[in-house]
Design a protein around this ligand. Structure first.
Ligand code: OGA
Ligand code: MN
Length: 204
């Protein structure tokens, strides 16, 4: 079995058993570095916008990141390998977990030093369309003392802190796990993605 297929099978088993998992090394280091360079360049040229919480205006105490959505139909050269990997995961989750996922959406996120994202569930506006949350990290040489962990609250009341190391991917069921982004001492870059089923009530 090739390494990519093995990663996907690991994710299917872990999602079925625990509802969440961490994958390392799904993309090459070069592909991850290209994403990090593009994210940093877009941020430097003002192409990321302050994130919103639901339909409310920006409330940086709740959420301090800046985001930019991918155009999934026409990804940039840097985005293409990642968009293709997400698509392979989506198709495999449909096959292995019968999730009925119809599309992926993704955005870059940059958290300036000190920014956080307060504890939340990835289900804005009470819509049920987001089924699997996938976060991919772009930060080379991240150290524990840099902070910035993703804190995932588990079913048993405990939590896990996942540091945002370049090349690390966290996947979890969107309706099941509250989570938060802890503040970091340095800029923190990630790609957040949601695998979606058809909007409830949408026309066929
Ligand atoms: C989000 C989110 C987590 C992270 O964008 O909804 O929870 O670690 N991101 O960046
Ligand atoms: Mn979230």
């Amino acid at each position: 079995m090739d390494p990519f297929t093995a990663h996907i099978d690991t994710a299917i088993d872990a999602l079925a058993t625990h509802g969440w998992c961490v994958l390392e090394g799904l993309l090459s280091e070069a592909a991850t570095a290209a994403l990090a360079d593009e994210c940093a360049a877009m941020h430097a040229s003002g192409e990321l916008a302050a994130a919103r919480v639901g339909r409310e205006k920006t409330l940086s105490t709740l959420r301090g990141d800046h985001t930019r959505w991918f155009d999934m139909a026409t990804p940039t050269a840097a985005q293409r390998p990642y968009v293709e990997a997400l698509e392979a995961l989506r198709v495999a989750f449909n096959r292995g977990l019968m999730l009925g996922l119809v599309e992926n959406e993704a955005h870059y996120a940059v958290y300036p030093p000190g920014a956080r994202y307060a504890r939340h569930l990835d289900q804005p506006h009470q819509r049920e369309a987001r089924v699997v949350s996938v976060v991919y990290y772009l930060n080379a040489d991240w150290q524990p003392q840099d902070g910035g962990a993703l804190r995932l609250y588990l079913d048993d009341g405990s939590h896990r802190d996942v540091l945002p190391h370049a090349g690390r991917m966290v996947l979890f069921l969107s309706d099941r796990f509250e989570h938060e982004v802890l503040p970091a001492t340095r800029e923190r870059m990630s790609i957040a993605c949601w695998m979606r089923r058809r909007e409830p009530g949408a026309l066929i």
